[in-house]
Structures are given as C-alpha cells and as structure tokens.
Design a protein around this ligand. Structure first.
Ligand code: GAP
Length: 459
C-alpha cells in the first residue's frame, strides 16, 4: 500500500488554511499548531462523527465535559505524580534529548527494560549498559534521568506549593471522579460508559512529526464500566468497534492495523492494551489505545477521597468495583491520519490534480458555488443568491476569485464535495452544473431541485 508523503500534506495545510504554526509572526512556538478555517471544520466534523457513533447511536454511553484543572490529589491517586514520566538521556555535546525507548531502539543490547513490582505497584525499570554515542553528533549520552510530563500551574495569586495545580494529561480522570455523580443522577446499569472530548497537556520531551506529538492536544476518550469477568470480551469488542469507526469514515484498511501491547509497554494502570496504528511516512504510529484499566482507577480514587466508589447491583445485592475498558484516541492524530490518507494526486490532461478525498461527513466544505463568468453581474448575483440559500442547509462557500479551472482545483484541494457552477445558460434554463469531486462528472440540475438533489447526495 502506498505510504503518503507528510511533506505534501504539511504544505497543503498551510497553503489552504488547515493548520498554521502557532504564533508564527513571532517566529513560532515550536511543535504548537493552530487550526485555520478549514482545519477547524475538519476537526469539528471528526469530533461530531465520534460523538454520534459513541454517544448518540448507543444507549449505554453518557457524554461529559469535565474541567481541565482538577484537585491535585486526583493526580496522586491516579498515579501520575509517581508514574507519569519519561526517562531521558541528554547528549553532553549537542544537548539533544532522547527518550529511553528511542535509545533502546537504536541500541537494543545496551538498554535493558524490565517490568518489576515494588510494594504492589508494577512499573518498568530501565538500565543503560556502558556509555552510548549520541544519535546526531559524536558526543556521548549522559545518565538516564526521570522527567514528569505534567504541566504545572498555580491557582490564585500566590505561586507556592499549596496552590500548585496540574494541567490534565488525559481527560480520563474527569470521568472517574464523576463516576458516582452519574450513577446517582442517571442510574445506569452495567455495562455503561462515559465519553468526553477535550484538551490534554503533556510536557513531551520529543514532540514532532507535525501535529502527531505535541504538548497541547485533544483526546476523545470513553471509560466503559463492566463486570470484571466481562472485561476481556468487552476489550475485544471495543477494539473491533473502534477499528471499524476509522474504516467507516473511509480510512484505507491496509494503512490501519491493531497492535497488542507487550507487557513491558503497558501503562502503570493497564492489564492489557491494543493500539490502533496508522502507517505514516515516519512509520506505524498510534492513533488510539484501547486498554483494560481494571479496577485500578476507581479503587485508587476511593482510597484517595475516602468515598465509596463501588457499583451496587440492587437485584443481586452485590457491591463491587467495575473494571474499565478505555478506548482513548487523539483528535489531532486522527485529523492528520485522515488528511494523509485522503490526499491524492491525479494526472488530468497536462496537469496534476490534488484532491483530498475526505469522507462526506469529514469534508470541511460540502458545496462551493462558482460563477463561470465573474464579469457578468447577473451571473454573479444569481450565484451569490444560490450560495446564500444553500448555506442554510449545508456548509457552503462562494468563490469568484479566479477562472473556473482554478476554482475547481482550489476546492478539490480542500475536499469540497460538490461544485455548483452558474453560467450563461443558467440565466435562460434556470439549471446549474453540479460537479462531483471524486468522479469530476458534471450534471445539469434545475435550481428549484438543487437543495433536494444535494440533500440526497449528502445524506
Ligand atoms: N487515558 C489514556 C491515555 O491518555 P494515551 O495512549 O497516553 O492514553 C491516548 O493517549 C491518545 O491520546 C493517543 O492514542 C494519542 O492519539 C493521543 N495522544 C497522546 N499523547 C499525545 C501527544 N503528545 N500529542 C498528540 N496526541 C497525543
């Protein structure tokens, strides 16, 4: 299967207003990105598709939107204070930093990683044997050091330890701490889940690959509470459901794979995890992880808060901690993967046509209305009126800033599904030309039928 070039997508993102470097006029903030006019539409469409599939189309999942700032004790109980760190090595010459897993990939015989249990807690310990050369220069890598990935901030005017807060590194904890609120207000029966989309922050040591690894990003997470004995089966079901979601939105099957985690890769809370990975030009990389978090989180928060977070089955009188299956995906990574996957170049006569063949639910713009002759006021006026009417039902743009060939190419590049062209003939027969993005086939449709015609195509 063809692995699509990232460079072309990155250049398209800037050229057409999908994604810009953050604070660019000040020289940019490295590895931080802003979504432009088309990018925000694509991102919102992706989140809407996720919410529809996981909240609206199911009757066992409730939506949530928890605060980013949480009580600092949340992060003690969750294990993030003790366990959410990367081990890194610095080059003593060029000062570049490398994560231990990158170093292990380069020097598999010199880095030993093993899973150990200390005072009942499982963690991964790493040991570097001897002195290792830097990847980038002839310097040497220094001692391995731990680095907590949580961003810190202060609440109120006094910047001391008592006012220290953390920017959440995952949205998940906002759902665990609201478990009993949802139980008490909605009375769901197991299995049921909570779903949330929101920003998360991690002070990554090695961000990069455009929006793939950043310090500020958005997650789409589900915490699905199940009976412990059902956890393995539910994990499998969720892996299939989530894999299917990407395929239903048009992702190429050959570019997507499931990868179960090895034991020494598991996060401190997980018993099992399968990643859904996309075949980017920089290698197979995680879009989403689906984990069995066991009863770790509810037990930890029960102990930390002193509140009873068990589930009570009033039919059998059982009281127990449910297990949690967690499909946790990245919004930004999915947007990037869908852009890369849908990017295509086609030879059309003597020209290369660049098209984003995005699924209709994801395409930022559904319809563009274009006047064939922009020096004919009657045509321009009618085209503007048609665009104005269509805007009430579909995301529609009007463009008269170039010749028709150029306007088509521009719309193809942003993935607009249909171009509606108003020409001289339209003034007589009240018909417009509708051009399909993927086939480039054109059809004449009466203006009075246009909305119905497009509704059918887009439904
Ligand atoms: N609650 C579980 C959790 O946060 P994770 O594998 O660390 O698990 C879940 O993160 C998803 O969040 C990843 O699959 C990825 O899509 C996204 N993600 C994580 N770190 C990211 C980063 N630095 N930049 C962009 N997306 C990230």
């Amino acid at each position: 299967m063809e692995v699509k070039s990232m460079d072309k997508v990155v250049s398209l993102c800037k050229r057409r207003g999908f994604i810009f470097q953050s604070s660019e006029i000040y020289g940019g903030l490295s590895n931080t990105w802003d979504y432009g006019p088309y990018g925000v539409e694509l991102k919102n469409n992706l989140k809407r598709a996720w919410w529809k599939a996981n909240v609206y189309e199911r009757d066992d999942i409730y939506g949530m939107d928890a605060a980013i700032l949480m009580h600092p004790k949340v992060w003690e109980a969750s294990g993030h204070i003790d366990n959410f760190f990367d081990v890194m090595l610095d080059c003593n010459k060029c000062k570049k930093r490398f994560r231990i897993d990158q170093v292990q990939q380069k020097y598999p015989d010199k880095v030993v990683m093993e899973t150990v249990t200390i005072e009942g807690k499982t963690c991964v310990q790493s040991q570097v044997i001897g002195t290792l050369k830097c990847f980038e220069c002839d310097g040497e890598l220094g001692m391995a050091r731990k680095f907590n990935l949580m961003f810190k901030t202060f609440q109120g005017p006094v910047e001391d330890r008592a006012n220290l807060l953390f920017m959440r590194p995952e949205t998940a904890q906002g759902m665990f701490v609201n478990f009993s609120n949802v139980l008490d207000s909605r009375h769901p029966k197991l299995p049921f889940g909570l779903a949330q989309i929101g920003k998360a922050f991690r002070n990554e040591i090695t961000p990069g690959n455009f929006t793939f690894r950043t310090r500020e990003f958005e997650q789409m997470e589900i915490e699905y509470f199940v009976r412990p004995e059902d956890a393995d089966k539910k994990l499998e079901e969720w892996v299939e459901a989530r894999f299917g979601w990407y395929l239903n939105l048009g992702m190429t099957k050959e570019n997507l794979r499931k990868r179960p985690h090895a034991k020494d890769e598991l996060a401190h809370y997980a018993k099992a995890c399968t990643d859904i990975e996309y075949n980017f030009s920089f290698g197979w990389s995680e879009l989403e992880g689906i984990a069995n978090r066991t009863d770790f989180d509810l037990k930890q928060h029960a102990a930390g808060s002193g509140k009873d977070l068990q589930y009570f089955n009033n039919v059998t009188n059982e009281r127990f901690y449910p297990y949690i299956i967690e499909p946790s995906g990245g919004v930004d990574r999915s947007v990037l993967a869908f852009m890369v996957d849908s990017y295509s170049e086609e030879q059309v006569k003597n020209d290369i046509r660049v098209v984003l063949k995005l699924h209709k639910d994801l395409a930022p713009v559904k319809i563009a209305v274009l006047p064939l002759l922009r020096n004919r006021p009657e045509i321009v006026e009618l085209a503007k009126k048609i665009a104005h009417d269509l805007k009430k039902s579909f995301v529609t743009v009007y463009d008269d800033t170039g010749a028709i060939g150029k306007l088509y190419r521009r719309q193809d590049e942003v993935g607009t599904l249909y171009c509606v062209t108003v020409d001289v003939q339209t003034l007589e027969d009240r018909e417009v030309t509708v051009r399909d993005r993927d086939t480039m086939l054109q059809e004449r449709i009466g203006i009075d039928r246009l909305k119905e015609y497009l509704s059918e195509k887009l439904s």
